[in-house]
Design a protein around this ligand. Structure first.
Ligand code: MTE
Ligand code: MO
Length: 197
C-alpha cells in the first residue's frame, strides 16, 4: 500500500508546496470589459498561410471543448492539485489555420501587451487548453476570465491569463517574464525557474 506522501512525492515537483486555496498572481491590472462579446476577440497571426485570422468571442466560445484535470505549479513555490478545467484544446484552435513549416515557437499575447513564449512542441500538447471554466465555474476576472491558457507541464507563468492571441514565430523569443530573468522553458521537474537554471 502506498502512503499519501509517497503519492504526492511523484506528483509535486521539487521545492513546491501544495496549497488548497488558489493564489492570484500577475503583473498589472485585471482587465475590465463592459461588453466582452464586442471587446474580446482572438487573433492568430505570424507564420500562418492565412497571414492573420481573427475569431470573435462568439466564434471562440462555439469551438469544441473538453474537460481535463491536472496539477499546476507556480514558480514562486506553490502547487495546486486536481484542477478541473473546461476549455478549447490548443490543437482545436491551431486546426483553424495552416501553420507554415518554418514556425518553431509561439508568442502568446494577453491583454495589456503581456506575453509569454513557448516552443511549438510544448504548445501543441494534447493537455494544453484555452480554459474557460475551472472546477465547473466560469473563470473569475482575477484568474483570467474570459479565457486563459493552461499548460500544465510547465511552470504556471506560461499559462497566460486574459489571452488574446497566438503569434507563430521562426524561433523562440522571450516574453514578458522571460525578458525579466525567468527561464525560457520553465520545466518544474527540472526546476527551470530562472534564466541561469
Ligand atoms: N496575462 C497575464 N497572465 C499571467 C500572468 C500575468 O502577469 N499576466 N502571470 C503569470 C503567473 S507568473 C502566474 S503564477 C499565473 C498565476 O495565475 P493565477 O493568478 O490564476 O494563479 O498566471 C500567469 N499568467
Ligand atoms: Mo508566477
Amino acid at each position: 500500500m502506498k502512503r499519501q506522501h509517497e503519492d504526492l512525492a511523484g506528483r509535486v515537483p521539487p521545492h513546491q508546496n501544495v496549497v488548497t486555496g488558489w493564489p492570484v498572481l500577475h503583473y498589472g491590472e485585471v482587465p475590465v470589459y463592459r461588453d466582452v462579446r464586442k471587446e474580446w476577440n482572438f487573433r492568430i497571426f505570424g507564420l500562418i498561410e492565412e497571414g492573420e485570422k481573427v475569431l470573435s468571442y462568439d466564434e471562440f466560445m462555439a469551438l469544441p471543448r473538453v474537460v481535463r484535470t491536472n496539477d499546476i505549479h507556480c514558480v514562486t513555490g506553490w502547487s495546486k492539485l486536481d484542477n478541473t478545467w473546461e476549455g478549447v484544446p490548443v490543437t482545436e484552435v491551431v486546426k483553424l489555420v495552416t501553420v507554415k513549416p518554418e514556425a518553431k515557437a509561439v508568442m502568446i499575447h494577453a491583454e495589456h501587451g503581456w506575453t509569454t513564449n513557448l516552443l511549438l512542441d510544448d504548445f501543441l500538447r494534447e493537455d494544453n487548453l484555452f480554459a474557460i471554466k475551472h472546477n465547473g465555474q466560469d473563470l473569475t476576472p482575477e484568474h483570467g476570465w474570459p479565457v486563459r491558457l493552461v499548460v500544465p507541464h510547465l511552470y504556471f507563468w506560461k499559462s497566460a491569463k486574459w489571452v488574446r492571441g497566438i503569434e507563430f514565430l521562426p524561433e523562440d523569443k522571450p516574453g514578458f517574464w522571460e525578458r525579466n530573468g525567468y527561464h525560457m522553458r520553465g520545466d518544474p521537474w527540472r526546476e527551470q525557474r530562472y534564466a541561469w537554471d
